[in-house]
Ligand binder design. Sequence first.
Ligand code: NAP
Length: 278
Amino acid sequence: MRIGIVGLGLIGGSLALDLRSRGFEVYGVDLEERTCQIAIEIGAVDLASISPNFLSTADIIFICTPLDAITPTLKQLIPHLSPETIITDVGSVKTPIVQECSQLWTSFVGGHPMAGTAEQGIEAAKPDLFLGASYVLTPTETTPSIASQRVEEIAQLIGANVLMCSPEAHDQAVAWISHLPVMISASLIDACLHETDSNILQLAQQLASSGFCDTSRVGGGNPQLGVMMARDNRKALLRSLFEYRHSLNQLIEVIEKEDWERLEQILTSTQQTRTKFC
Ligand code: NAP
């Protein structure tokens, strides 16, 4: 089976390394000649090119470009494809992409491997990135079952655990566990910076240790990624943020009222239920 990968960065390059090591023939496409060259040198792909018609003979194509390039990439590919080709993507937001791409191509299966690192580009690609990770597929009523089955088989072959859900359910769940934490973590750092006494602020910065560092880690990440999350998953993220504001208001009220019994109930409940997430 010949697999095409468009976008040979962290995710595309890592996927290519794994698929090639499982015996697939892998063809890659990227914007840059240099990236194509590196992908060949590290053994991620058999062949690579900057031209999308290079993938005309692929059986399955993974679009691994940044989110805003996924639909334009599919449009570019379409004139070169045979109708049996299965297309999937790895974008971290699903509703807009699945809506657009499944109208353009019948055998389109939305996907999102829940694995990554803070790095980017082909240099960051590594084998076994998806081992043990969840891999969400979001087929719709019109997606041919053979298409989602094929993508599921491949995701399982690279060691991922496949979950199926609707694009909307995916986006809301990811808003809760990925996008909301980034915003909360950023607002924690921002709130500390509102301390008006510079001596106290400096002291707090000196005293900050593992608790603060754990909680603020994702708020100190790449600003462009944070903006992309908010822009592309705006509705679901806002829903989570409004709920979060409600929880915060509840905590403020309980502490203002010195209702320590209620506070302990809330903290006991969060202590017990955290294990369901992590
Ligand atoms: P990345 O490392 O920046 O890789 C993206 C690659 O796509 C780069 O090589 C880029 O080339 C290339 N590219 C951009 N536009 C293209 C186009 N029109 N045609 C062909 N190639 C193009 O990014 P990434 O982290 O792998 O993310 C890729 C996708 O994976 C995104 O949709 C993201 O939502 C999803 N994802 C990311 C993670 C994560 O943790 N990073 C996890 C799961 C899913 P240039 O660099 O030369 O522009």
